[in-house]
Ligand binder design. Structure first.
Ligand code: HEM
Length: 151
């Protein structure tokens, strides 16, 4: 699965929109990770440095959770900044896939993420299901999952 020009444009524009403003990256990251916990079955149980079964409000105030969010945001930021540089994008995808393979986190988690990510993007950006942004994010996760299968 490779990204089309429309995907690349939509990813670039939507990441800028999602992360705009003071604390934009941190807030977008917290919202995304809380959404993943609710929409990727059994994800919560994989984290040992904080209790992922706490309420959303408790997680927002948990320093170890916020640390994990920052790690995820930094990684996503690198991915999104490389969408127009296919070699760099693939290198970033390879690195992220290897990290998760080493943690034994595979398609049982990233498959549902690929299937569901469109709904996070639709509500975060206020766009319809047929628009470019949700499709582009699903395609980005699909590209990651292709990489994960080979890692
Ligand atoms: C947007 C998607 C995601 C991004 C960008 C991301 C990124 C990362 C990064 C950069 C790390 C650190 C890896 C290292 O230290 O080498 C990590 C750790 C981890 N990720 Fe992900 N991740 C994502 C989704 C997921 C999903 C869906 C799961 C499902 C269970 C998951 C589970 C984990 C776990 C368990 C760790 C180890 C945390 C720890 O230090 O205890 N990640 N992730």
């Amino acid at each position: 699965m490779s990204l089309s020009d429309a995907d690349k444009k939509a990813l670039d524009a939507s990441w800028k929109k999602l992360t705009a403003g003071a604390d934009g990256k941190k807030n977008a990251g917290i919202n995304l990770v809380l959404w993943m916990f609710a929409n990727v079955p059994n994800m919560r149980a994989q984290f040992s440095k904080f209790n992922a079964n706490q309420s959303d409000d408790a997680l927002r105030g948990d320093a170890e959770f916020v640390k994990q969010v920052n790690v995820i945001v930094a990684s996503l930021d690198g991915l999104l900044q490389s969408v127009n540089n296919p070699g760099q994008l693939q290198a970033n995808l390879d690195k992220l896939a290897k990290s998760h393979v080493n943690l034994k986190i595979g398609l049982e988690f990233f498959g549902p993420l690929q299937q569901n990510i469109h709904s996070f993007i639709e509500s975060a950006l206020g766009v319809g299901a047929g628009s470019d942004e949700p499709k582009a994010w699903a395609n980005l996760i699909a590209a990651f999952n292709d990489t994960l299968k080979k890692a």
